[in-house]
Design a protein. Structure first.
Length: 501
């Protein structure tokens, strides 16, 4: 009996044929050289909605690129001024100023070359790239002052011309501050049945806005009690720039001498519980402001300002500035602050103080310094001030001024009617507009005697009859020399305006 063997099975023949084919293809590619076009592998702002805190985008390429050809051919529509830096195959474009809100942008790149194409004598251009992103809508918050919205927190979307009432009828909002992502608002409010300005509780409410374009936001108007008023009166509060910590000025109800600052997390823990507030063990103080790094708080104490840690021992100040009684504002990076010096002749000086120890006087006023904001787009400080126009009746006239922090040049922007000391202002996150209100107090003594618990009042306790909101567009201070800009009245009735981040 004879046996026959097949040394090459059918499967082996297929495998050998595939190996020969692949070898031929590899050889063909080697003979042709590297002809693969470079591409943009990643654009980190693709289909994203950005805010003023987003200052740079990146493009990551599949191959090393001729950097000059990329920079020469990169187009942003509408244009955004910026500077370019490289790290290997990754290009970073850093904006010089925040991108204007309410705008859709395109990033286009074509004609850029591979780094080695010129050396190899080949014209290997990038595969044309088109990306897109947008900025947040221009939106503002205010406390309503008409009959339908009285005492309620209202969100108005300027881009879409849409209005939302965020808080219910049974509470009267007294003060508020948005979280940095715009999804929630921290606010203090009293019961509509209780006129006591010291009966405020702290709440958060959702805005119905998502911080990311692909996220589903919580419905607007979802209320959450943060801090009650059972044992302590809740006075002023501040939310840290990172949105993680709340500092509250509190006084014990049955002991007025028990007065000071408390702090608590703005969010719940991993189990959904909210930790109890903790006392900041330091001397009692006045006005306060959390620092830009969210790690300390600047507090007016005695004749100066103390910087107290929120992370360690607050009994020993991190720093103390004896000549300044109030911090008006910090720059976004924390390198500068504007502080107020109270003089013995009842005038006030505004100083620029830097972390390098520089103290530079910016102005002196016979009236008050109501508020200041650093422009995120230029070395400009916008301040709302008053000047004394009647010594006998002590009448102050508010006005808005822009100060160039490099040249110390001052440019008055707007004079407001006298006797409106309760004006409040808010600078847009992209630096392109200022909101301010014009409160009309109740003048009729008969009307004031019949006040209800629902009556709105200013920070000074003055009853409010009505109030209008105004928007002033802004230009760089260098463009203001020969251009007069005028504010426009918004179709809204309210006070205490604040831009949404």
């Amino acid at each position: 009996m004879t046996k026959s063997y097949k040394f090459i099975q059918p499967l082996d023949r297929i495998a050998i044929a595939l190996m020969l084919l692949l070898s031929l293809l590899i050889g063909f590619v080697i003979l042709q050289g590297d002809a693969v076009k470079p591409i943009v592998r990643n654009f980190n702002w693709q289909n994203q909605q950005i805010g003023a805190e987003d200052t740079a985008f990146s493009l990551t390429f599949s191959r090393p690129m001729d950097t000059k050809s990329v920079e020469d051919n990169l187009k942003i529509d509408p244009p955004l001024a910026g500077k370019v830096s490289w790290a290997g195959r990754r290009m970073v474009y850093t904006l010089l100023t925040p991108a204007p809100y309410g705008t859709n942008y395109k990033v286009l790149l074509q004609g850029a070359r591979d780094k080695f194409s010129e050396v190899e004598g080949k014209k290997r251009e990038i595969q044309p790239f088109s990306g897109s992103f947008s900025t947040r809508n221009r939106a503002l918050l205010y406390i309503g002052a008409n009959q339908q919205e009285q005492g309620k927190l209202v969100l108005y979307n300027l881009t879409q011309e849409q209005k939302k009432v965020l808080t219910p009828q049974d509470i009267v909002v007294m003060d508020f501050e948005p979280f940095p992502n715009g999804e929630k608002i921290l606010f203090s409010a009293r019961s509509s049945k209780n006129p006591d300005l010291l009966s405020a509780q702290l709440y958060t409410v959702t805005t119905g806005i998502a911080s990311k374009i692909d996220e589903q936001p919580e419905p607007a108007g979802k209320l959450d009690l943060i801090l009650d008023n059972k044992d302590y009166q809740n006075l002023k509060f501040d939310l840290s720039p990172d949105g993680q910590t709340i500092v509250v000025q509190r006084g014990k109800r049955d002991n007025p001498g028990d007065f000071g600052l408390w702090y608590l997390p703005a969010t719940t823990d991993n189990y959904g519980n909210r930790p109890s507030p903790k006392r900041l063990e330091s001397q009692p103080g006045g006005d306060f402001l959390i620092t830009p790094d969210s790690k300390a708080v600047a507090v007016a104490q005695g004749q100066g300002t103390a910087i107290l840690s929120l992370e360690g021992d607050a009994t020993k100040p991190l720093d103390f500035l004896p000549q300044f009684g109030l911090v008006q504002a910090f720059s976004k990076d924390g390198s500068q602050a504007v502080m107020v010096k109270f003089n013995t002749d009842y005038t006030r000086d505004l100083f620029l103080v830097t972390n390098q120890g520089v103290q530079k006087q910016l102005l002196k006023t016979t009236g008050s310094i109501l508020g200041c904001d650093f422009d995120p787009a230029s070395p400009t400080l916008y301040c709302l001030l008053t000047q004394l126009v009647s010594q006998e009746q002590y009448i102050e006239q508010p006005y808005l001024v822009a100060i160039n922090l490099k040249t110390e040049q001052q440019k008055p922007l707007l004079m407001l009617p006298p006797a409106q000391r309760n004006v409040q202002m808010s600078l847009a996150p992209d630096g392109l507009g200022i909101l301010f209100d014009q409160v009309v107090p109740m003048q009729n003594s008969t009307a004031q005697t019949s006040l209800s618990a629902n009556t709105l009042k200013t920070d000074d306790g003055e009853p409010i009859a009505t109030s209008s909101l105004w928007l002033m567009p802004l230009l760089p201070i260098t463009d203001l020399e020969n251009i007069e800009i005028k504010p426009e009245q918004l179709p809204l009735v309210g006070f205490h305006p604040h831009w949404l981040p």
